[in-house]
Design a protein. Structure first.
Length: 257
């Protein structure tokens, strides 16, 4: 399975999955139709699926146009998003499986950013290869999504599921927010040598307009404050020993940053 990162809108990423054996494609969170259509035409591939993570317009904006162009495709989304995702036909919950070509993905229920948010995790086929996580706006490189519909407790539980994935899992998050996220992270974890190094690398990459997605779970565990609510440095930064309260205070600081 090949994965193509397609920039969209001002800072979104759409992900196109391609099975070259069957020459079929699936798209994760199509914000716009143009980049998807152009890539499919370049590959000569047929779109068979839309995998939506949640209902926000910058993740489902091209659903209806793609359905009109590829009327046989299936639209997947969370069961809690029934009625909120255009054209949704498959209603998924924790533990369900989705298949694309020869790859089988696992569905994770990860509310917090929204009440119905899900993620798609494709485990590695061969030991030592990377897993692939499509997590929408739950986990970002260096950050996490705002809590629009969920609670801090829900988000901690959701992020815990993602943190428990293998360190060599690639994180295909839906926005290019990394530099701003790390600018905040430095303010609450300034003694973190791994974070300082990453911040310098990301600043250099963004100065060349290079993408910082995908990231890796292992990198996030070392440098992302929103996966480090149980670390002494984070507890000290917000004066709390309680995991949910620590996360909530970090998220509040980020919202005001």
């Amino acid at each position: 399975m090949k994965i193509y990162r397609l920039p969209a809108l001002s800072d979104n990423y759409i992900f196109l999955l391609h099975d070259p054996n069957q020459n079929i494609g699936a798209v994760v969170d199509p914000a716009e139709v143009r980049p998807v259509q152009e890539k499919l035409e370049l590959l000569g591939a047929e779109l068979v699926a839309i995998f939506n993570t949640h209902h926000h317009s910058d993740h489902v904006g091209a659903n209806q146009q793609l359905i009109r162009k590829f009327p046989k495709l299936k639209v997947y989304g969370g069961i809690e998003d029934r009625g909120r995702i255009p054209g949704q036909q498959v209603f998924l919950q924790e533990g369900d499986r989705v298949q694309f070509g020869q790859r089988v993905g696992e569905v994770l229920f990860v509310p917090g950013h929204t009440s119905g948010h899900i993620a798609y995790y494709f485990p590695p086929v061969v030991t030592g290869e990377t897993g692939e996580l499509f997590c929408g706006d739950t986990l970002f490189a260096g950050g996490c999504g705002r809590l629009f519909e969920g609670t801090p407790a829900q988000m901690v539980e959701s992020l815990s599921k993602l943190r428990n994935l293998a360190d060599n899992t690639r994180i295909w998050c839906a926005h290019e927010y990394t530099l701003k996220n790390l600018q905040f992270a430095i303010t609450v974890d300034e003694q973190n040598a791994d974070l300082k190094s990453r911040f310098a690398e990301v600043k250099e990459a963004r100065s060349r307009n290079e993408a910082t997605v995908p990231s890796m779970i292992g990198v996030e565990k070392r440098t992302n404050p929103f996966l480090r609510w149980d670390q002494p440095s984070m507890n000290l930064a917000v004066q709390s020993q309680d995991p949910v309260q620590t996360f909530a205070r970090l998220r509040g600081k980020k919202d005001r940053f």
